[in-house]
Design a protein. Structure first.
Length: 375
């Protein structure tokens, strides 16, 4: 009897030790993981390396395999959680990408507050259709655009400037006229950058890098002249990068691009991206037909008040509608459904197994057996 009591006491003591040990280890691991985690913003992506700026340091990071399997889009401007941080080599792993406040696909940038569309008054020649593309993209992604017209120092620009003001001032777009060469308008340009994360977008050769150099001469970004043969700009910026010359200045320098197409929305949505069309609807009512595209339909309020729309803006609208019609045709006859790479199970997001690796269900196996027997 006493022996049993001793054995029972001994077993209880072991059990208590065994119960307390995992709790202690768990506490250690938990505190270590908290210490070894931090948040930061991705400011540059080069090859498979992601450069993240935290409060005090810059870390060179790789992404976890889970994020690779999901094929989540990770872009410049994303806020991320870091783990397994090596303070000596300043390296870490990105374990999670935090939700975005804003996003644009061209250029791929997240969590920006402002878009400054840079255009050249001359050299290269001002392309109103391309400018309207940028504006409509900003309207679609609910971003406030600022129109910056660079190379204000060239001769014979007075007529172009007057035309720009006639078209865009009534639409309440903010206009800036600068000259990176002479320094005019640079102080006003800098004031628009303060306290915001601003992305500069525009075609190659319009002077995006030159404007950044004018604001922050110490950066000395690479620039090139416009090609005399093609009268187009040449690429000097090769990737997106958030530049932080001062604490309250964050600028996203981007490569020049021009291939923006409205191949992701329906034709009826295009009119909502033009402020003057929305204004006509508000003041004079809607068109006779609900699916009116304002091309040549009867009872169209937009065509009745055509004098309120500039010709270049309307021609841009027709081109965008044409591109949207091609998208609608594609969706109608081929579809755009995509298989998701993750699913929610018990309020937790997990990565799906690929179709090739997925085990065949019992029901499908029985169906295959029956099919073989009957054949």
């Amino acid at each position: 009897m006493p022996l049993k009591g001793k054995i029972k006491f001994y077993n209880i003591s072991i059990a208590l030790k065994e119960k307390s040990k995992p709790k202690f280890l768990f506490t250690l691991r938990r505190s270590w993981s908290i210490i070894n985690r931090m948040k930061g913003q991705i400011f540059k992506i080069h090859s498979d390396f992601y450069y993240v700026h935290t409060q005090n340091e810059v870390y060179e990071c790789k992404i976890r395999d889970v994020l690779k399997k999901r094929k989540d889009s990770i872009v410049v401007g994303d806020f991320a959680e870091l783990e397994q941080i090596n303070e000596n080599s300043k390296q870490a792993f990105i374990s999670k990408v935090l939700p975005r406040e804003s996003y644009i696909p061209r250029p791929k940038v997240a969590n920006i507050n402002q878009v400054i569309i840079v255009s050249a008054i001359k050299e290269p020649e001002l392309d109103f259709e391309q400018l309207n593309r940028y504006l409509c993209f900003c309207e679609y992604y609910n971003l406030q655009p600022v129109l910056c017209f660079n190379k204000n120092d060239l001769e014979g620009e007075e007529e172009i400037i007057a035309n720009i003001k006639r078209i865009y001032e009534p639409l309440n777009y903010t206009l800036l006229f600068t000259s990176a060469l002479e320094g005019s308008g640079i102080e006003e340009f800098k004031n628009f950058l303060k306290g915001k994360i601003t992305v500069l977008c525009g075609a190659s050769g319009v002077g995006k890098s030159s404007l950044i150099n004018a604001v922050c001469p110490d950066l000395n970004l690479k620039t090139k002249q416009v090609s005399e043969k093609t009268e187009r700009g040449t690429h000097t910026t090769r990737h997106c990068e958030i530049i932080t010359p001062e604490d309250d200045l964050k600028i996203v320098d981007t490569p020049g691009f021009s291939q923006l197409k409205f191949d992701f929305l329906m034709p009826a949505q295009v009119s909502t991206l033009f402020r003057e069309i929305s204004k006509i609807r508000t003041e004079y009512g809607v068109c006779k037909f609900s699916d009116c595209l304002h091309e040549q339909e009867t009872g169209c309020k937009i065509l009745e008040h055509f004098d309120m729309i500039d010709e270049t803006r309307y021609q841009s609208y027709l081109q965008f509608v044409k591109e949207a019609k091609e998208y609608k045709k594609q969706v109608t006859y081929s579809g755009k459904k995509k298989e998701t790479r993750s699913k929610i199970v018990h309020n937790r997001e997990i990565t799906k197994i690929s179709t090739k690796k997925r085990q065949t269900s019992r029901r499908k196996s029985n169906q295959d057996i029956d099919k073989e027997i009957h054949e």
